[in-house]
Design a protein. Structure first.
Length: 136
């Protein structure tokens, strides 16, 4: 891998839209459990508007920003993991368990990949195993 080569993964679009829909319908559930009386009043409309803004902000922040980047020096997923400190990579459910060497001690770090599609998840696992020359 060249110094300029990067493999970038983004959030799964259907998962982002599913989460935004969950945020949007949360206030409607208050009607279903009987905590809010029908018909809706002004505070209810304000709550619907605020949750709509929160859902749009959630999608906007995650739509175009990379979630995981492999490059020649390691990979980045919320924090940077240099290749020389990674001792072992193990797939665990929808995440990767990394055994890292920090300050002379071996520490485990679990990196969640719940944001990735199934195809991206398999590709990430294969890249991590191939990149760090570690067998599953």
């Amino acid at each position: 891998m060249n110094a300029t080569d990067q493999i970038i993964f983004y959030s799964s679009k259907p998962r982002l839209l599913h989460m935004a829909a969950n945020i949007l319908i949360a206030p409607a559930l208050l009607y279903l459990v009987g905590l809010w009386a029908w018909p809706p009043t002004m505070p209810h409309y304000v709550t619907f508007f605020i949750t709509g803004l929160i859902a749009m902000r959630y999608v906007k922040q995650r739509w175009g920003s990379p979630r995981l980047v492999f490059d020649s020096g390691g990979f980045y997923c919320r924090e940077y993991y240099p290749a020389e400190s990674i001792q072992k990579v193990e797939p665990v459910l929808r995440s990767i368990r990394l055994s890292l060497l920090k300050d002379g001690e071996s520490k485990d770090k679990v990196v969640s990949l719940g944001w990735a599609s199934n195809d991206d998840f398999k590709t990430i696992i294969n890249l991590a195993v191939d990149r760090f020359n570690i067998k599953e």
